[in-house]
Design a protein around this ligand. Structure first.
Ligand SMILES: NC(=O)c1ccc[n+]([C@@H]2O[C@H](COP(=O)([O-])OP(=O)(O)OC[C@H]3O[C@@H](n4cnc5c(N)ncnc54)[C@H](O)[C@@H]3O)[C@@H](O)[C@H]2O)c1
Ligand SMILES: O=C(O)[C@H](O)[C@H](O)COP(=O)(O)O
Length: 387
């Protein structure tokens, strides 16, 4: 079996090599010619899997994307050709939540506010937004949630979603708005330009808008105008319209601008690889013997000991940055964009992404006098012990 795999899929040779011959190609270079002899295709989100790509893929029987998002895949076209499809729901959701916490802690420090005093609105409460809601609530932070499709499902399935509000209410009542919606262009709950010019104009002065869903969920031009004109809201943007050739003017105006890497923990990527490896093995009737534990190395920082003397905000920042510092990704996007131009720089940051682990890989020991920090830090996602 010949398996074409995006070069940015970690542990591909170990996993897919156990099932067949692996051909690795940069995601943007996978084209119809590359699939002529392929039996299986494993992508991430940058390869558009559509009619044009499939045109000469007569042998193709399986496509897997090691990502949560599936908007780059024409599932109808695959079904018509009898090609099986698998994605990796939730694989990097914890990493995205780590990114949100790191971004908010960084802004709080820069702008001189306390996260505990802010109300956070979460739009799209699925794997990512749901985990964010859980972690923020456990940290004692007030949250509102908006997810009309889930609310509609409640009516029919009795999910019980008390406390969910509509988008207008969330915008009016929250200081921080976190967008975790997929890109949906059709149906009764489309998300294309969910934050359009009108909603962007309605953002209250001082509010923070964070988008780690899909770039097309926000009208980038309207956001750029609001940031450039009034300069009274703060944007944290990980996803963009027209990636990788994103609007560099908007990137300059965003307080935190990163190249679509919110989900780029090694753990999240390996989970994605492993899910698709298992799906392909099942599809071809081979055993999938490799587990996540076989693939993930030990974390580079395993343990932190805190004694008395930290205020909660400082302790949280210190622990977050021991694992992942979002400022590194912001700086590297700007640096590489200056060096190579935006489109090349954007992709270069992603291709050479440094090692990043998830908060749950860090053990924190709280000594006497620091034990009050336990709810905040365990709520944030660290493994906390008191001694
Ligand atoms: N930046 C990154 O690195 C990164 C990483 C992972 C996922 N993502 C993006 O985040 C999206 C969400 O991920 P997930 O794992 O939570 O997906 P999910 O499918 O588990 O959840 C998405 C939620 O959004 C809700 N939703 C859909 N339309 C909506 C609308 N109009 N208004 C409000 N809510 C709406 C759905 O009902 C669902 O609950 C993915 O589809 C992907 O596009 C980005
Ligand atoms: O949908 C997802 O899982 C994320 O957006 C993912 O992090 C995208 O990563 P990429 O495919 O761009 O490497």
């Amino acid at each position: 079996m010949r398996i074409v795999v995006d070069a940015n899929v970690p542990a591909a040779d170990t996993c897919f090599g156990a099932l067949g011959e692996v051909v690795r190609l940069p995601g943007r270079e996978i084209d119809a010619a590359a699939l002529q002899e392929a039996d299986a295709l494993v992508v991430r989100s940058i390869t558009r899997v559509d009619e044009a790509l499939l045109a000469r893929a007569a042998r193709l029987r399986f496509v897997g994307t090691c990502t949560i998002g599936t908007d780059h895949v024409d599932e109808g076209a695959l079904a018509e050709r009898g090609v099986a499809f698998a994605s990796a729901p939730g694989c990097n959701a914890e990493a995205v939540v780590d990114y949100v916490l790191g971004s908010l802690a960084t802004l709080a420090e820069r702008q001189g506010w306390r996260l505990a005093e802010r109300r956070v609105g979460i739009v799209g409460v699925g794997n990512v937004g749901g985990r964010l809601l859980e972690r923020l609530t456990a940290m004692g932070i007030d949250c509102l949630a908006c997810d009309p499709p889930r609310v509609a499902a409640e009516v029919t399935e009795g999910e019980g979603l008390a406390g969910f509000v509509d988008l207008g209410t969330l915008i009016d009542e929250c200081d921080v708005i976190c967008l975790h919606t997929p890109l949906v262009t059709e149906g009764s709950h489309p998300t294309w330009h969910l934050l359009d010019a009108q909603r962007i104009a309605a953002l209250a002065p001082g509010c923070v808008l964070l988008n780690a869903g899909r770039g097309d969920c926000v009208d980038g031009q309207a956001l750029r105008q609001r940031l450039a004109g009034q300069g009274d809201v703060t944007a944290v943007l990980d996803v963009w319209e027209h990636e990788p050739a994103i609007d560099s003017g908007l990137a300059d105006l965003a307080a935190i601008a990163t190249p679509h890497v919110a989900g780029y923990s090694l753990d999240g990527k390996l989970r994605g690889t492993q899910r698709i490896y298992r799906a392909l093995a099942r599809h071809v009737g081979l055993p999938a013997r490799l587990t996540l534990a076989d693939l993930a190395p030990p974390p580079p920082v395993r343990r932190l000991v805190l004694d008395a003397g930290f205020c909660p905000e400082e302790a949280l920042r210190l622990c977050l940055r021991a694992v992942y510092d979002v400022r590194r990704d912001h700086d590297s996007l700007h640096r590489e964009a200056r060096r190579q131009g935006m489109a090349k720089g954007f992709d270069a940051c992603r291709a050479a992404y440094p090692l990043r682990r998830e908060l749950a890989t860090l053990d924190i020991e709280l000594r006497e006098g620091a034990q009050d920090l336990a709810p905040l830090l365990s709520g944030a996602g660290f493994r906390v012990a008191t001694t």
